[in-house]
Design a protein around this ligand. Structure first.
Ligand code: SOE
Length: 400
């Protein structure tokens, strides 16, 4: 119990890089801005590199450092395991944690394969029978404008959905000299742009529409087939080659997609286009989603993330057009906890909302969303995209 009488939730987090920092910040911030039902305590941060994990522990206020995730899971003071590692370790860590009776938050994509995602979903369902909760970190669901989009669609503002248009555009590997890292290796990341950022737009479009993707026709491309290896990354494996001429530069193959594009159909009959790429020069983290329906449209762009564009097709055409809704009013999703209207939010706030919702669901004895089953659903779409691309874009049903 904390001083104000609220129970605490001991967090143990595996991983300490980009996502580790985003999650640390969220666990700290959530109880300061929102009325949480349990207070997260930053108990243990875990990483193989003790010094690096220790430095993050100091910066964010984690109480203990462990170098072995099994030891961390076994600790009595850890109630929830937060998995912020590359995809190849998600299944093993999450299943071990659930079996040990620990709640789990697992970064996206849920796993590297459908088989792993199925095993995780089974473990989550079994654990839920004894009140152990799990959630997959499709964090953009908690951007207020996205949460508002879902609400407006559910309220019937767009009517019968006919088109879904989704893009996730980055450019961080468009320079062929960008060195190889784990996100470019299939055995660690599962897939490339598809799983890393395509997974987000698959989840977001299903979340906003409340419908599922039933089939796809896809193309995938790896534009730069091998990349320099930075000695310190230790990613040099078999297949490494020495570049010719001048100083010898070690190169190794890129084993994932740089870009994936696909057509899709939704359960309600809508047709859709998806594009996920790390080669959209000039686009750093642009998520664009548009839904067109019989009575209106909604449009979102993460580069203007506090805004939702809403079009009412039933309004007087003389005054028609998209309305730019600034999603900062107190009655907009999550905004009551933050600043006065117009004082906009950023990338990190969605992680705080994720921590808030997870903690409150655990306290209420409810299963948080998105569940591992939702993560599996996304994984099945990703698998269908890969199968379609491998078969030269043949239409591929999404497995049930
Ligand atoms: C890198 O591509 C990355 O950090 C993704 O892994 C995240 O999921 C996305 O939110 C931002 O980009």
């Amino acid at each position: 119990m904390t001083l104000d009488g609220k129970p605490t939730l001991g967090i143990g987090m595996v991983g300490y890089s980009f996502m580790g920092a985003a999650h640390s910040h969220a666990w700290r911030d959530a109880p300061s801005f929102f009325d949480v039902a349990m207070v997260p305590h930053l108990r243990v941060i875990c990483g193989r590199n003790e010094d690096a994990a220790g430095e993050v522990a100091q910066r964010f206020g984690w109480q203990h450092v462990e170098t072995d995730w099994r030891r961390m899971i076994a600790r009595d003071d850890v109630d929830l395991v937060d998995v912020c590692t590359p995809g190849d370790t998600h299944a093993e860590i999450a299943i071990a944690a659930l079996e040990a009776g620990k709640h789990v938050l697992c970064e996206k994509p849920l796993a590297n394969t459908v088989d792993e995602a199925e095993a995780m979903t089974r473990a989550a369902a079994k654990a839920a029978e004894s009140g152990v909760r799990s959630m997959v970190g499709f964090t953009y669901r908690r951007v207020p404008a996205i949460a508002l989009a879902r609400k407006l669609v559910a309220d019937g503002v767009v009517g019968q959905i006919r088109h879904v248009r989704a893009q996730y555009l980055q450019d961080w590997v468009s320079d062929p000299e960008t060195p190889l890292n784990w996100r470019l290796q299939k055995e660690r990341a599962g897939s490339g742009a598809l799983g890393d950022i395509g997974a987000h737009i698959v989840d977001l479009t299903q979340f906003i529409t409340g419908e599922r993707i039933t089939g796809v026709s896809a193309m995938m491309e790896t534009f730069v087939k091998e990349r320099p290896v930075a000695e310190s990354t230790g990613v040099l494996g078999t297949g490494a080659v020495a570049a010719s001429g001048g100083a010898s530069v070690q190169k190794a193959p890129v084993t994932v997609d740089d870009a994936a594009v696909f057509l899709a159909r939704f359960t309600g009959g809508a047709i859709a286009t998806f594009e996920a790429t790390r080669f959209a020069s000039g686009r750093k983290n642009s998520i664009r989603i548009e839904v067109n329906g019989s009575s209106g449209s909604i449009a979102f762009d993460f580069e203007d993330m506090n805004v939702l564009q809403v079009y009412d097709h039933t309004a007087d055409p003389a005054r028609g057009g998209f309305t730019r809704v600034l999603v900062t009013e107190p009655d907009h999703p999550y905004l009551a906890g933050w600043w006065p209207p117009g004082h906009v939010l950023g990338y990190e706030h969605a992680f705080t909302h994720q921590a808030l919702d997870l903690v409150n669901a655990i306290a209420a004895g409810e299963n948080p969303q998105p569940s591992f089953a939702d993560g599996l659903r996304v994984q099945r779409v990703l698998a269908a995209v890969e199968a379609s691309a491998a078969a030269k874009s043949v239409w591929t049903e999404v497995g049930a």
